[in-house]
Design a protein. Structure first.
Length: 360
């Protein structure tokens, strides 16, 4: 599936950038193939515009924020770095330095503005009117949990690949053999799966290696421990993994796999823990999850990002029983596409298309 060719994904909120990244001025980002610029407006809220000045097409991300008097500042309107044309969060040009102060600016002088909101420490963007809310993260405001912002990085793969991997129990003994994978137990545990309108819930218990250096992370000292995994998928590209150890420690990971273009995504990862810094330092938790994440990144970047979604295309990829969560992700994505009159778009489309009416 080529995500930039599926218009429905433009109608969802995507986690785009930590708000801390915008503290020193505008920043560029590519979302679903669209070049956008993000900045903090005069009210302290994130805003997103097409990264293109309507004067001579310079990138607005080369500019800076200015206050009501046109002075450079940390937040406000965004001023183009080429000729100084200045835009508000609606995309309207509100100041042209070369004009006299009383001269009116044509309302046609504008660039495209996108829906942008602050939530959970991130700027979220929807390129078109959203059809679903930003997924809820109740732990973010729960005093019983601490929030650790772990990863914000580009991967050379697709959200579909990252999603199915995050529900795949059969790769632990191989990809994660240097961290928590148990090499002697390659047969994966079975998920109990419950579907819902926006995705599905998947629950299982797995064995996990627990060397001494991981004891503070798990809260137990057994060489092999268990993880009670409560995993959930949210359309289109988000997941929640709630890991509970026998100690009662909860290690809750939230991922948004934000599509940059057809070959790249942005990994956004939050971690929530119900212990304290004295129990296990944030840096230790970051280092542990980074080691696991590097293992996933290495193998996923070797896959073809144009992942099969429409399973009626035979002979492209083959599956086994433990791939059921990945097949459910495909089912929900295909239902979403069909609901909006779309079929899967992929590199092989030149050889013919699949009728929408037969979509799963």
């Amino acid at each position: 599936m080529l995500v930039t060719q599926q218009p429905v994904f433009r109608k969802f909120w995507h986690a785009v950038m930590p708000l801390t990244e915008l503290a020193n001025g505008p920043k560029p980002f590519r979302l679903l193939g669209e070049d956008i610029v993000l900045f903090i407006d005069a009210d302290g809220q994130p805003a997103a515009l097409r990264d293109r000045c309507c004067h001579r097409t310079a990138k607005l991300s080369k500019g800076w924020c200015v206050d009501a008097e046109g002075r450079a500042c940390g937040q406000g309107a965004i001023q183009c770095g080429y000729h100084g044309w200045t835009y508000d969060r609606s995309g309207q040009v509100i100041r042209i330095p070369q004009y006299e102060a009383e001269r009116k600016i044509s309302p046609e002088y504008r660039t495209t503005a996108y829906r942008c909101a602050a939530r959970y420490g991130y700027a979220w963007v929807a390129l078109e009117e959203p059809i679903a809310d930003i997924p809820a993260i109740p732990e973010f405001d729960d005093p019983g949990y601490r929030t650790i912002f772990q990863f914000y990085e580009e991967w050379q793969t697709s959200p579909m690949r990252a999603l199915e991997n995050s529900f795949d129990n059969s790769h632990f003994s191989f990809v994660h053999r240097a961290t928590f994978g148990v090499a002697a137990s390659p047969k994966p545990s079975k998920y109990e799966l419950v579907e819902n309108e926006g995705g599905f819930y998947a629950e299982t218990i797995i064995e996990a290696a627990n060397p001494v250096k991981f004891h503070a992370i798990s809260g137990v000292t057994d060489a092999i421990t268990t993880r009670h995994m409560r995993n959930a998928y949210f359309l289109p590209f988000s997941r929640r993994l709630d890991i509970e150890y026998p100690s009662g420690v909860r290690h809750i990971i939230i991922n948004c796999f934000t599509p940059i273009d057809d070959g790249r995504m942005q990994l956004c990862q939050w971690l929530f823990r119900n212990d304290t810094e004295a129990d296990c330092t944030a840096q230790m938790l970051i280092d542990f999850d980074e080691a696991v994440t590097r293992e996933d990144k290495d193998i996923l970047e070797s896959t073809d990002p144009d992942a099969l979604v429409d399973t009626r295309r035979r002979g492209v990829e083959y599956s086994m029983e433990s791939d059921r969560p990945g097949m459910l992700i495909r089912k929900h994505l295909m239902q979403l596409l069909a609901k909006h009159g779309e079929a899967e778009v992929h590199r092989g489309m030149a050889s013919g298309t699949i009728p929408i009416a037969k979509a799963a």
